[in-house]
Structure formats: C-alpha cells, structure tokens
Design a protein around this ligand. Structure first.
Ligand code: NAD
Length: 434
C-alpha cells in the first residue's frame, strides 16, 4: 500500500517515521520547500526524542521519502493521512485553510481511488465537508472516501505514544476506507474504536479539553493550598489514589501551554457559541490557565518588589520538557512580564533557545548552561521541568546567585531541601513563602 502523509510537522513527521518503521512505504509531503530540503539533506527540523535517527534509518532503507511536489505525493497514493496544521483564528475558532488546500491538492493530483484520513484536529463536520470538496474537484469516476482518525500523541514522547497509544479512533461511514486505515495501524496492536466521523472529531476535542480542565482544576486547588496551608503534593497523591480520578495530569504548576490545549479549548468554546451553547466550564478552564501563567510573576513581585534592572534567570522555555515547541509556552508570558517590568532577563533551555531568540532578539540574553544563567542573578524562575533542570544541584543556586531567590513553577525540589540549602524558595501550592 502506498501511504502519503500531508504535512511534515510534529504529527506528520512522527507518523511518517513510525509507519515506515513498521514496514510501510511512506511519502511525506509538505508545501514548505525549505523543510523538505532540510529533511532530504538528513536534517530533522524539529526536536523529538529518537525522531532524527528513525527518519535517517528509514530514508536509508528506502521506506521513507520527502517531497514538496503535490503530484509526486498524491498520484500513486492508496491512502493519504492529513496532518497539516489547524491554527487558531482571531475569534478562537480553528482555521481549516490548510486542510482545504490539502483537499484541493489531493483532488487535482489523484489518479486512482483513495482513502483519506484526517488526523489534524478539526471542527465537527469537517470530514464530511472535505470529502465533498475533494469529490467536487477530482477526476470524475474516482472513489474518494474521507474518514476521521484524530491524533493523540504528545510532543516529547511522540514515538512512544504512536507505538503504545491507548486507542486509535476511526470515524467513518465508509467500510472500505475504515478497513484500509485499520490495516495500516494493525502491526501496532492498539485497540481501535470505530465510530461516525462527527463523534471521532468530538472525541479529540473532548479529550484535550478534559485534560486541560484537569490541569486548571488542580491549579485552583493548589492556589487554595497556598492560602490555607495545605500541601498540593499530598493532596494530588491522595486524590490520584482514587481510581475514578486517576493519578495523571494532577501536577500543579504555572499552567498549560503548547500547540494543542490552548487552541483546542478555544475552538470548542467557539463551536459551542456557534451552536448557541454556553460552555461554562470551558471558559473557566481557559481563564484559570491565563491567570495561572502569571502566578509566579505575581509572587515574585510581592516578594522582590521592583524588578527593574534585576538580573533574572528563566530556566526552561519549551512548553514542556523534551520538545523544542514554544507555542503558547508559559515562559513567553513570563519573559514579557519581566521585560515590561524592566528586568534584565537571561534565559536557558537545552533545545528551544533558537526559537525564543527569533521572538525576543537582543531584548534578553541567552546562556549556554544553567550555571551561566544563574550566575549573579537576583531571581531565578523554573518554568519547564527538563531533567537537567530538575536535577540541578541546589547548592549551586546558593553559590552562584547574588541572592538565592528561586521561583519554581514545576515544584521540582522538596521545600525542606531548599531550606537546608538556605535558598528562599517559592513553589506552587506548597507550604513555604506565600
Ligand atoms: P505543525 O505546525 O508542526 O505542522 C503542520 C505542517 O503542515 C507544517 O509543516 C506546514 O508547512 C504543513 N502544511 C500546511 N498546509 C499544508 C498543505 N496544504 N499541504 C502540505 N503540508 C501543509 O502542526 P502539528 O503540531 O504537527 O499539528 C498538526 C495537526 O495535528 C493540528 O491539527 C494539531 O492540532 C493536531 N495535533 C497535534 C499534536 C501535537 O502534539 N503537535 C497532537 C495531536 C494532534
């Protein structure tokens, strides 16, 4: 079977590499010529653990190909998986322009019957609409069946998640296309849920917004812990022992970011509005997260007063560890707030520095290590819990900083340990300095 993947982003590249790895022949198409040139030169444009090696191996074994030519990508395809971006419009809704463009490219270039699976996160009803777009524009007589196959991988563990996903969702009113897509994933031995396209599209939004709600909920509890003297870590542990609640996504911190939760909560809220439905919880989830992103900054202002001219280290820039993705990362809000206050900001991240540099240029300084970032700093913020940040020796904060004042947005250290090291330590929802 010839498989074509449309879109060489986080989802498209991981899916392409993993499907090639299990023996399929895969062509990955992206309209971004520079990206395709990089890939064909053997350079992976994103950081995702294990991806560079997997791409190189499968290119070497001639199972994985990259192209920016739509005709080469689509003319021979038996199955096309669409993984193009669906960013957020100004009103919060999902922008499906890329999906529509992919549909037209597919229609113009296919030469035989094809199954098309939309993996991108799209508003309810998009699969049906896109099938009509392709059929209206394709050569008459061809059978084109579009099905929904939402993606659930997490950046930072995309390869693991593709091989060990909890479920594969196939939303289809076409038996043949559903069978083709199920056959592609069959070697992964992951449970498959069959449903209709609209329910599949909703499963994706409902899952992401539920997870976002879990994060905002635990952050609200953490804020109340701060005010009432309870300890969020014990509270989360106690809650998570209840199987009905589960112990994942109960880590309090400075809010969620990334390319999915913020945009998907807003898109679902917008879909609800279009249906004259007031989705109250969702609005609160978003508002809580916006406020939570400011929580450390507010604590710093309370404790350190005027931050103007103060050397301030920001440790961890990507929206989560093990990725270079900085879309909607809490670090960006923090840096903006610190700059507005006139702080002298120095940042460090193991892989996301280049992307941050493109945004902030010479308004901030870039350190090549944690040691360099905290040297002579008067304040330090932990924003992303990279392993090297989590495991960084507390004594070094004491030795290197001008004043050891540490704001930890990911609760990396034990409060007792920081006290032992003589560090003034502020975290989220745990007893200590309020
Ligand atoms: P991305 O921005 O990293 O990549 C999208 C790619 O699509 C880009 O390389 C872009 O050039 C390409 N593209 C745009 N229009 C195209 C077209 N017409 N033809 C070919 N290529 C085109 O996006 P992503 O993070 O991989 O997300 C893709 C989709 O998957 C989104 O809908 C997202 O919500 C969803 N999703 C993302 C994740 C994640 O963790 N990133 C997880 C699950 C689902």
């Amino acid at each position: 079977m010839n498989i074509t993947i449309a879109g060489a982003g986080y989802v498209g590249l991981v899916t392409s590499a993993c499907l090639a790895e299990i023996g399929h022949i895969v062509i990955c198409f992206d309209k971004d010529t520079e990206k395709i040139e990089d890939l064909n030169r053997g350079w992976c444009p994103i950081f995702e653990p294990g991806l560079q090696e997997m791409i190189s191996r499968n290119m070497g074994e001639e199972r994985l190909f990259f192209t920016d030519q739509a005709n080469l990508a689509y003319e021979d395809a038996d199955c096309i998986l669409i993984t193009v971006g669906t960013p957020q419009r100004a009103d919060g809704s999902a922008d499906t322009t890329n999906i529509d463009q992919a549909a037209l490219d597919i229609a113009e270039n296919i030469q035989k019957d094809v199954a098309v699976a939309i993996k991108s996160t799209v508003p309810i009803g998009t699969n049906e609409r896109i099938e009509a777009v392709i059929l209206d524009n394709a050569m008459p007589g061809l059978t084109v069946e579009v099905i929904s196959n939402p993606e659930f991988l997490r950046e930072g563990s995309g390869i693991y998640d593709t091989f060990h996903g909890d479920r594969i969702v196939i939303g289809s009113s076409h038996e043949r296309a559903a069978r083709i897509v199920e056959e592609i994933y069959q070697p992964l031995a992951i449970p498959v849920l069959h449903t209709d396209p609209r329910s599949a599209e909703m499963i994706k939004y409902a899952s992401n917004t539920f997870l976002a709600a879990k994060i905002s909920f635990i952050n609200e509890i953490a804020n109340l812990c701060d005010l009432s003297g309870a300890n969020i870590e014990d509270v989360s542990t106690g809650m998570g022992m209840d199987k009905r609640i589960g112990n994942q996504f109960l880590n309090a911190g400075i809010g969620y970011g990334g390319s999915c939760f913020p945009k998907d909560t807003q898109a679902l809220e917008q879909m609800a509005r279009q249906n004259d439905y007031d989705f109250k919880i969702l609005r609160a989830v978003r508002e809580v997260n916006d406020r939570q992103k400011q929580t450390l900054y507010r604590k710093a202002k309370n404790l350190a007063g005027n931050l103007s001219g103060k050397r301030t280290a920001v440790l961890g820039l990507s929206f989560k560890p093990n990725t270079d993705d900085i879309r909607e990362a809490p670090s960006l809000d923090l840096i903006r707030d610190l700059l507005d206050e006139g702080a002298d900001v120095v940042v460090y991240d193991p892989v996301a520095m280049e992307k941050v540099q493109r945004l902030f240029g010479d308004k901030i300084s870039y350190a090549s290590s944690i040691d360099e970032a905290i040297e002579r700093a008067e304040l330090a913020f932990i924003v992303t819990e990279w392993k090297e940040i989590k495991e960084f020796s507390l004594s070094k904060y004491r030795e290197s900083m001008k004043t050891p004042l540490l704001f930890d947005g990911r609760n990396c250290y034990s409060v007792k340990e920081t006290e032992k090291h003589g560090i003034q330590y502020v975290s989220v929802g745990r007893p200590g300095v309020p």
